[in-house]
Design a protein around this ligand. Sequence first.
Ligand code: C5P
Length: 227
Amino acid sequence: RQPIVAIDGPAGAGKSTVARQVAQRLNLLYLDSGAMYRAVTWLVLERGIDVQDEVAIAELVQDCEIRLEASGNDSAFAAYPSRIWLNGQEVTQAIRSTAVTAAVSAVSAQPTVREVLLRQQQQYGITGGVVMEGRDIGTQVFPQAELKVFLTASVGERARRRQRDLAAQEQPAVSLSDLEQAIDDRDRKDSSRRVSPLRQADDAIALNTDGLAIEDVVNKIVQLFES
Ligand code: C5P
């Protein structure tokens, strides 16, 4: 059986950077499930569909084709967790916009969206060993994962990390207080939705990353995996 590592946690806890490096160290594929929710949200906005319009969004998600690069090692795209295509068009950068970030929680709360993406995400675990990051990987996507990690950090620390990510991705700058508010708002929505909310799995190991170097977090997870 192929090993699966599930890394969950709130927005900006450092999941992407950590998960990508853990995958490299363990020679597993890296997959960013949030990119898939962002891609659907990008298309919803692009088509001018209301983010609360469940019927129109259900129809949309059922016939959109998402291709997620199962690695993240492409150095030309080091600032992004992974490359992603929607109906043949690359949306790697577009899905990181502030507009998509603000709308994604409403779209990802819809049952049909989750059903369709859940099935696609589970497919990735059939073909090979993966490190997948998200909000419900340990609870819903891969409840059988060998290792489940729940990454957290204070909201101030997470806002600072987001600010650095935005700069690296050449996205417009946002103030720290606005970022804190946006992060808080997204966590609240992600934790309170009816279908598979953001939650730590009972058998997940919680890691607070405040003040820790990425390398230390990665080492800790690799150690947990190997023990
Ligand atoms: O990880 P990232 O911040 O890019 O995720 C964007 C959004 O996608 C989250 O705020 C959440 O609403 C949704 N998401 C989810 N389930 C996942 C991954 C992401 O609902 N497994």
